[in-house]
Design a protein around this ligand. Structure first.
Ligand SMILES: C[S@@+](CC[C@H](N)C(=O)[O-])C[C@H]1O[C@@H](n2cnc3c(N)ncnc32)[C@H](O)[C@@H]1O
Length: 281
């Protein structure tokens, strides 16, 4: 019988194979800073999500609720600081472990802009990083990219004095593009692991976490239809003016729904973020 760990790895490997077969998917499956660097100017939501002093982010407010006073935080795969920077406004110190050089550069720039002097970055993958333990070890939207997930989680647990906090979604953000892949290519990449897979993985490691659901927000592509279409072209590796682009445009006519929050995709479930936390054993 396939173990939970093997099934997890196979799902990620299948996703990566599929994404490569669909023309590389522009970073599909690698997660190096997606949703931060690339979409920084284009994506209304991401712009809002980059303000370190925002108060309307349900995930961030959930994180504040578990952050003790004067905590040291280790943010594994912290990207350009979507959570690390706001957390630094309340924590004693935040260390970000992040393999993408671009993201680290952006993180450092933005920390300086915000006048935050208690953030340091280690530009390495978590597997290789040497760092002292922290009160809270956070890992948001990273684990579903990590094929060898059990040692990755075990290392987080070893470095957490008080709490490990994972942020994951019911379905990974790529689910937004699935109906477009179906229309353009006739099938879509295997999805990356979502919350139910994360829980299976943790239970198989004898970790029994608390799960707090934090948001059920419409999955918005963009407020601007052209930007949404351009994003889809990038994700599906479709060049403008080609036959595939014709199929993509037809799919967009059928699937994009204008809402006050921006363009959403017909039939795609709301984005549900969860905070998965436990005290290290
Ligand atoms: C989707 S982004 C999430 C960024 C941030 N945590 C957030 O929630 O906005 C995934 C991040 O994981 C990082 N990452 C990928 N593999 C990693 C690894 N082995 N160790 C640490 N970080 C990794 C990527 O570089 C990227 O910044």
């Amino acid at each position: 019988m396939t173990s939970v760990f093997d099934a997890w790895r196979e799902q990620i490997e299948a996703h990566e194979r599929d994404a490569a077969a669909f023309g590389g998917g522009h970073g599909h499956g690698h997660g190096h800073g997606h949703g931060q660097g690339h979409g920084r100017r284009a994506f209304t939501n991401a712009n809002r999500a980059l303000d370190p002093f925002r108060t309307d982010d349900p995930v961030l407010n959930g994180l504040y609720s578990v952050l003790g006073n004067d905590a040291d935080v280790l943010d594994v795969g912290g990207g350009a600081g979507r959570y690390a920077l706001p957390l630094a406004t309340r924590a004693r110190h935040v260390t970000v472990v992040e393999p993408s050089e671009d993201s680290v550069e952006m993180l450092n720039d933005r920390a300086a802009e915000a006048g935050l002097t208690n953030v340091t970055a280690i530009n390495e993958p978590w597997e290789d990083a040497e760092t002292p333990a922290a009160n809270v070890v956070l890992c948001s939207m990273v684990l579903h990219h990590v094929a060898d997930a059990a040692p990755f989680v075990a290392k987080m647990q070893e470095h957490a004095k008080d709490r490990v906090v994972l942020v994951e979604m019911m379905e990974t953000p790529g689910s937004l593009e699935t109906p477009f892949f179906d229309r353009v290519y006739g099938s879509a990449p295997t999805p990356l692991p979502g919350l139910r897979n994360v829980l299976d993985l943790l239970w198989a490691m004898n970790i029994f976490p608390d799960v707090t659901m934090l948001s059920a927000e419409p999955a918005v592509l963009d407020a601007d239809r052209d930007v949404a279409l351009e994003h889809l072209r990038g994700r599906l590796s479709v060049r403008e003016g080609t036959e595939m682009d014709g199929r993509l445009r037809a799919a967009a006519d059928e699937l994009l729904l204008e809402t006050p929050a921006g363009f959403v995709v017909r039939g795609v479930a709301p984005q549900r973020h969860a905070m998965v936390t436990w005290r290290p054993m």
